[in-house]
Design a protein around this ligand. Structure first.
Ligand SMILES: [Fe+2]
Length: 169
């Protein structure tokens, strides 16, 4: 279950208050869980194409439902870990604030990630994602991404179009 941390006073929201707060901000949050995945599919940070497809297949119902609502046309798997070449360089890039003209939708399969988002009242907050959490940041919300102490995430990405997901800094 995701947590929210406000940048200005370091206060946290947990549990149901995360869901209601994100709803007020227009941020889509869902909890799909990862109990349906076996240990290999969760822990392997060099997944084969077949394993990536197995993960996508395991969440087909949920992916189809949100894709229909939000117009997503493609799904893939992204993996970041210390096995990723230039992880530190990538993290510097991801920490640059930007927005997109489409949703940025991520489902956390394993590891953790932080979306830092500029809210409707210009107040910045982190959404700390853990396995089983889905977040979709709608168009034009300024945000950036970073990892947590475990420095790894495996996530499903859902797209409308790759072009719409290009970062606008
Ligand atoms: Fe982004």
């Amino acid at each position: 279950m995701a947590k929210v941390r406000f940048h200005d006073n370091n206060e946290y929201l947990t549990g149901e208050s995360v869901i209601s707060f994100l709803d007020t901000q227009g941020i889509i949050y869902e909890h799909w869980g990862v109990d349906r995945l076996d240990e290999q599919l969760k822990s392997n940070y060099s997944p084969t194409d077949e394993e990536k497809q197995q993960i996508l297949d395991a969440f087909k119902l949920e992916i189809d439902a949100i894709s229909e609502r939000r117009g997503y046309l493609t799904a893939d798997i992204i993996v970041l870990s210390d096995k990723t070449p230039n992880l530190d360089e990538l993290l510097v890039k991801f920490k640059n604030e930007h927005h997109h003209t489409d949703d940025e939708c991520r489902f956390c399969v394993d590891g953790h990630g932080i979306f830092a988002i500029k809210g409707k009242d210009d107040r910045y907050f982190d959404v700390e994602m853990e396995p089983g959490d889905l977040i979709s940041v709608p168009p034009n919300y300024r945000h950036y991404f970073t990892l947590m102490d475990d420095r790894k995430i495996k996530a499903i990405r859902l797209f409308v179009t790759p072009a719409g997901w290009e970062a606008i800094y």
